[in-house]
Write a protein that binds this ligand. Structure first.
Ligand code: FAD
Ligand code: NAD
Length: 475
């Protein structure tokens, strides 16, 4: 006899574990199955985000930024440090301990919410059953009224750049280097390339980023991308655009990379090469024959706007389905599905999902870029405010960047808010809330912002939309 659950979730990443927790909160009988194993062979809940993504990368971004500020900025504050030394082993120990605490936290949350956690492989069988295979090969079948697929994603590999995990590596390996590579190559100037490139640049690597596209950061607003490119160049990130890599070969503890751009063919030698060219949905061994769950041509599980696969009571959420591969997007989908299963109202507003790139300056946005609004044909107006005019940013020695608001000319609706500057990832929450409530620019203009705060930059950018900025020059 198989054990009967109301809900079985496959995958305990940031999409799966919130689905399980919310289902538990809704008094359903829930199990969550996850097969993630760390390099030391131990199982851990939390998926890519907690073990090899969001959390460890932010830990290293924070540590490396402090190191770089201690080196280059503290003296400006009148703080003199003698012989500054990098202790990478301690930095990495801290990163690992944060990950351990956070992943252990999920076990505690499962317990508190009555979720039964299984560590092993889950495979959906026809008829809403899930076959769980443990580390020892023991099999157990769980019957479920509802199954939520949250199997996530894995890095894309390049055929002509053979991954070996030591010299040619992915983002997970690049978070766990035990020495600073003197020369680091990164393929892909996307979110991972910029974040991890920044980490190792700050810690002393000479970093070259090879990006196939001619345009830098096309997902961001054009003005923000231009500003970002300027700062990254100043920081020493050598970003080569329009660079097509034809081969990478490991020879004598180094990687020889051959790439071509508009100027012709080039050779680059690095000590480590990180491939960060995107991620792909992961469904290997997830679906037995005859489940009826369909994949699209790119391998994503097909779902509707409520994350239903179309197979009765089978749902899919997170990186394994369409939409941005972001932890918070997956979390909202997981929670939505658990609430829908429980008969509650739930939806995800896909138009208002924030994006953050945790570089310095940080980059964050929500809604449409100016280019997208322009292409839509809707008349619009723009307001910007530079952090160089912010008292708080001056006090923080963080005057780089700007806040920008794009609003509709007809009814003043806020269409997009874009920030590059200090704590942009925190500032964007106000923008998300404003857009969630369909705010007008005037709503933000009339909202009192504490002084002196970084958030005044959003206020002033809103005022600038109507040429009413007080602390900035209206253009
Ligand atoms: P995952 O986190 O990939 O989790 C899926 C889980 O399911 C895994 O544990 C996997 O082992 C398990 N699984 C898969 N198949 C099975 C099976 N058949 N049986 C049992 N278990 C299975 N996003 C952000 O929003 N902010 C960030 O700052 C950020 N930083 C990132 C940094 C890096 C370096 C990387 C790589 C990613 C980052 N991301 C970030 C993206 C984020 O990690 C993903 O969007 C998020 O983890 C997706 O969540 P998920 O639950 O869908 O999948
Ligand atoms: P990405 O899509 O952000 O960037 C990949 C980059 O690689 C693109 O600029 C692309 O043009 C380039 N590229 C693709 N093929 C190439 C090739 N052959 N040669 C050179 N360049 C090539 O992907 P990523 O940086 O790998 O990140 C994967 C996912 O993880 C993203 O979807 C992202 O949303 C998520 N992530 C999010 C955060 C965050 O929210 N802060 C951080 C890291 C990762």
């Amino acid at each position: 006899m198989s054990e009967l659950y109301d809900v079985v979730v496959i995958g305990a990443g940031p999409a799966g574990y919130p689905a399980a927790i919310r289902a538990g909160q809704n008094k359903l009988k829930v199990a969550c199955v996850d097969e993630w194993k760390n390099f030391d062979g131990t199982y851990a809940f939390g998926g890519t985000c907690l073990n090899a993504g969001c959390i460890p990368s932010k830990a290293l971004l924070e540590s490396s930024e402090l190191y770089q500020r201690a080196k280059d900025e503290f003296s400006l504050h009148g703080i003199k440090i003698g012989d500054l030394k990098l202790d990478l082993a301690t930095m990495q120990k801290r990163r690992a301990s944060i990950v351990k605490t956070m992943t252990g936290g999920i076990t505690a949350l499962f317990k508190a919410n009555g979720v039964v956690g299984y560590q092993g492989h889950g495979c959906l069988l026809p008829g809403n059953k899930v076959l769980v295979t443990g580390a020892d090969g023991a099999e157990k079948t769980l019957a479920a009224k509802h199954v939520v697929l949250a199997s996530g994603s894995v890095p894309v590999r390049l055929r002509n750049v053979p991954h070996d995990g030591k010299y040619i590596v992915d983002s997970w390996n690049a978070l766990e280097f035990d020495a600073v590579p003197a020369r680091l190559g990164v393929i892909g100037a996307g979110v991972i390339g910029l974040e991890l490139g920044s980490v190792w640049r700050r810690l002393g690597s000479e970093v070259t980023v090879l990006e196939a596209m001619e345009q830098f950061l096309p997902i961001a607003d054009g003005a923000i991308a231009k500003e970002a490119q300027r700062h990254f160049k100043k920081q020493g990130l050598d970003i080569k655009l329009g660079a097509k890599v034809s081969s990478a070969t490991v020879l004598a503890e180094a990687v020889d990379v051959v790439y071509a751009d508009a100027q012709g063919e080039h050779k680059l030698q690095v000590d480590k090469l990180v491939v960060a060219v995107g991620r792909r949905p992961f469904t290997e061994g997830l679906l037995a024959e005859g489940t009826g769950v369909r994949l699209d041509e790119r391998g994503f599980i097909q779902v509707d706007e409520h994350c239903s696969t179309g197979v009765p009571n089978v749902w899919a959420v997170g990186d394994v389905v369409r939409g941005p591969m972001l932890a918070h997007k997956g979390k909202e989908e997981g929670v939505m599905v658990a609430d829908l299963i429980s008969g509650h109202f739930a939806e995800v507003n896909y138009k208002v999902i924030p994006s953050v790139i945790y570089t310095a300056p940080e980059i964050a946005w929500v809604g449409q870029t100016e280019e997208q609004v322009k292409a839509s044909g809707r008349p619009y107006k723009v307001g910007t405010f530079p952090f160089s005019a912010s008292g708080r940013a001056r006090a923080m020695e963080a005057t780089q960047g700007l806040a920008k608001i794009v609003s509709a000319k007809d009814d003043d609706e806020v269409l997009g808010i874009h920030v590059i500057g200090p704590m942009a990832g925190e500032l964007i929450a106000e923008a998300v809330l404003a857009m969630e409530y369909s705010a007008s620019t005037e709503d933000i203009q009339r909202t009192i912002h504490a002084h002196p705060t970084l958030s005044e930059a959003i206020h002033e950018a809103a005022l600038a939309v109507d040429k009413k900025a007080i602390d900035g020059i209206n253009r």
